[in-house]
Design a protein around this ligand. Structure first.
Ligand code: COA
Length: 256
């Protein structure tokens, strides 16, 4: 069975990491398969959203520790980190709105993958953490930065320095995830959200994601928002959406 599988639904796709025997540890094969899966979904104009989840009892329990142990010199370790960062950035910058359905452990690279997504739903009973310090290393797939962005430097450094795992309620209270659901509700909830996005105007959806994710000081981000609004405000879909409202009918968005 493929280490990453894709199921396409109406307007969205579900990507499942499938190495349950090692709690979906992210080896190079999985990372490359994730990259291919996301690229293929993104290339499909009918797709608006992406759900990522894991088979079995983990979302992903980190980068594959066997591959980390085999890193022979500093340049190889740096390249390993950059490769992982690259995959996370592809997801973060994808036009697809990504919903991370965290069904179980999201540790190390698994949490870094979850944090690259746009919205995180975690199962009651799942646990998060950056336990790399317990292996004598640090997060290298973006965790030091995305965790700090989500929960602040103090909490991020505490999690990274201690290696402690936290439960779903704690992760919610610290802003690392967006909602907690009973385990059997995580995927249905993610699918409900993704299928709603499947009906939205695609250019506006992608612009909304870019604008919300814009970085820099507020004045620059506001300029960026205005530029995005400029691109979208006179699109065919904007004409259609406003006309449909005024004519009291449902819009038919074309993605133009
Ligand atoms: N890389 C490679 N293999 C991993 C792994 C990882 N990140 N995480 C788990 N596995 C493997 C285990 O080696 C074990 O394999 P085995 O059956 O051949 O011994 C299998 O997955 C099941 O894990 P196990 O530790 O037996 O399950 P558990 O329920 O006792 O503990 C965890 C679960 C998640 C707490 C524990 O597996 C763990 O701490 N994993 C490593 C987390 C980590 O450090 N991630 C950061 C990596 S940079």
């Amino acid at each position: 069975m493929a280490v990453v599988s894709t199921e396409r639904r109406d307007g969205y796709a579900i990507v499942t990491i499938n190495r349950p025997q090692v709690l979906n540890a992210l080896n190079r094969e999985v990372l490359e398969a994730l990259q291919e899966a996301v690229a293929a979904i993104e290339a499909d104009a009918a797709m608006r959203a992406l759900i990522v989840t894991g088979a079995g009892r983990a979302f992903a329990a980190g980068a594959d520790i066997r591959e980390i142990q085999a890193l022979a010199h500093p340049a190889a370790a740096e390249a390993f980190s950059q490769f992982g960062q690259h995959i996370m950035t592809l997801i973060a910058q994808s036009r697809l709105v990504s919903i991370m359905a965290i069904n179980g452990f999201a540790l190390g690279g698994g949490l870094e993958l979850a944090m690259a997504g746009d919205y995180r739903i975690i199962a009651e009973g799942a646990e998060l953490g950056q336990p790399e310090i317990l292996l004598g290393i640090i997060p290298g797939f973006g965790g030091t930065q995305r965790l700090k962005d989500l929960c602040g430097a103090g909490r991020a450094l505490w999690l990274i320095a201690s290696g402690e795992r936290i439960d779903a309620a704690h992760a919610l209270a610290w802003g690392i995830v967006d909602e907690v659901q009973p385990a059997n509700e995580v995927l249905p909830r993610a699918e409900g959200m993704a299928s709603a996005l499947g009906t939205r105007a695609p250019l506006a959806l992608a612009a909304a994601k870019r604008a919300v994710r814009a970085e820099g000081q507020l004045s620059h981000r506001l300029l960026f928002e205005a530029a995005e609004f400029g691109l979208i405000g006179c699109s065919d879909d904007a004409r259609e959406g406003t006309a449909a409202f005024l004519e009291k009918r449902s819009p038919r968005f074309q993605g133009s």
